[in-house]
Design a protein around this ligand. Structure first.
Ligand code: ATP
Length: 438
């Protein structure tokens, strides 16, 4: 079905996305059966697939396809000295204010009325700095030397492995380190679904350069970030660059550009690009021997940072479409084939015809499943219902095995976006799909 595109930017888009995510097994509220835990979400089968595809795409572009990038997967728990040196113990805080009447807490910098509680109208108290790191104790001793933190950014896991990486690989400047992993922030007011959580994932790069070249690298990485956003299917008309003012920059940054996205709840940060100077390496007392020039320097750092969860949310918001044909509305996710959780669904036209089921299973489903993994078997309900179901989770192709297949060894491949159907030879299916993914 290819009909008139309607209502893509409706006001209840967030509700539709949240509901689709739960109903179709992408994302569930954390600890839901015990009443939920604010700022924590659990990922279901299709959500994990979508998230993994986005992460793999990122890793391929920024690590595997480059000669100058070194991957890291550091421990989440690190010694407290790491966070003291990095400035997070002293300064990783948001301004917090409490209502004197209902005791509700707010991010002071996000309030329109700084004096009156938005919930009960009570008087707001004085603003205090609230450190967002989750503190924990490592080991049984329980004294202050056992204090550790769940990392609030993946970046430090790379800086503390700078020397190890240089010693192991002897990279020449400029070069980068990259990491994908969990980060934790005790946000005062988690909100807006995946946008502001207390546990989330980051994909970060620390790119080490000579100080005199930082501006050129900064511009280069801006372009790379935009390219990647386009590659995973973000609606680029909704992406905006913001030059972050000095007062709003993180303590380590001398220049920051935020990439903002037009979410249904406003224009807000999606990803960021920071010039961290040599703040972190200096703080950890690390340096680099440039053998060609026989000099020791402390390289400067350009940091492109991507939130995985905000990427997933922006991809879903960009992909969500509704169209209408013959009075019927269908909703579908126009996900790129390389990102979609399921690349194709295989259906025997009728599930009570053993010859169709047998053919579909052995000659189509099994070989495609072995090749691509992301292949679904769908024989529930009539074909129209199966198409709707697959459209909703963004499956680009539905393959139907009918009675003609038994004689001509061809199947019908139906395109999610246009509704157009093509007859493809079974022997050509793998090639056909490979071309679509690439
Ligand atoms: P914000 O201003 O929205 O709090 P930030 O500037 O503190 O974000 P960074 O420290 O630059 O964010 O973190 C890097 C990336 O991690 C962000 O661009 C975003 O994609 C993601 N991120 C940060 N905080 C959260 C969160 N609470 N939930 C989900 N993703 C987050």
């Amino acid at each position: 079905m290819s009909g008139k595109n309607i209502k893509k930017n409706n006001d209840d888009l967030m509700e539709k996305i949240v509901s689709l995510c739960k109903r179709r097994g992408f994302v569930f509220p954390g600890s839901e059966i015990y009443g939920g835990l604010g700022g924590a979400y659990d990922w279901g089968h299709f959500g994990v697939a979508l998230k993994n595809n986005i992460k793999q795409n990122w890793w391929k572009k920024f690590v595997e396809s480059r000669p100058d990038m070194y991957g890291v997967d550091a421990a989440i728990l690190m010694r407290q000295e790491v966070w003291q040196a990095s400035g997070h113990v002293a300064g990783f805080a948001d301004p917090m204010v409490e209502c004197e009447k209902c005791k509700k807490k707010f991010r002071a910098d996000q309030l329109e009325d700084k004096k009156k509680c938005a919930e009960c109208g009570g008087k707001l108290g004085t603003v205090v700095q609230f450190n967002m790191m989750f503190q924990t104790k490592v080991g049984a001793s329980g004294d202050s030397s056992a204090i550790s933190y769940l990392r609030p950014e993946t970046a430090q896991g790379m800086f503390v492995n700078f020397k190890n990486t240089v010693d192991a690989f002897h990279p020449k400047l400029p070069f980068g380190m990259a990491q994908i992993g969990k980060a934790f922030r005790n946000e005062i007011t988690p909100r807006d679904f995946l946008f502001r959580q207390r546990e989330f994932e980051q994909m970060e790069i620390e790119y080490f350069v000579r100080q005199e070249n930082w501006e050129e690298h900064f511009e280069y990485w801006k372009g790379e970030m935009l390219d990647w956003m386009e590659e995973v299917g973000l609606d680029m008309a909704k992406v905006h660059e913001l030059e972050v003012s000095k007062e709003d920059r993180a303590h380590y940054s001398s220049r920051t550009v935020d990439f903002e996205f037009d979410y249904p709840f406003g224009k807000k940060e999606l990803f960021g690009l920071a010039y961290r100077t040599n703040f972190d390496l200096k703080a950890h007392k690390l340096d680099y021997l440039d053998e060609e020039r026989s000099e020791k320097i402390i390289p400067h750092v350009i940091e492109p940072t991507f939130g995985v969860d905000r990427a997933v949310l922006a991809v879903l918001l960009s992909a969500y479409c509704e169209d209408e044909k013959d009075g019927e509305i269908r909703s579908f996710l126009k996900l790129k084939p390389n990102i979609a959780p399921v690349i194709c669904a295989v259906s025997p036209l009728l599930k009570n015809k053993p010859e169709l089921v047998e053919y579909a299973n052995t000659k189509v489903y099994a070989p495609l499943k072995t090749e691509f993994g992301r292949v679904a078997w769908d024989d529930n309900g009539n074909i129209g219902k199966r198409y709707r179901r697959q459209d909703e989770i963004g499956t680009p192709f539905c393959i139907v095995i009918d009675f003609d297949t038994l004689t001509d060894d061809s199947v019908t491949v139906r395109d999610r976006d246009t509704g157009k159907q093509e007859r493809i030879k079974v022997v050509d299916l793998k090639k056909y799909i490979k071309e679509k993914i690439s």
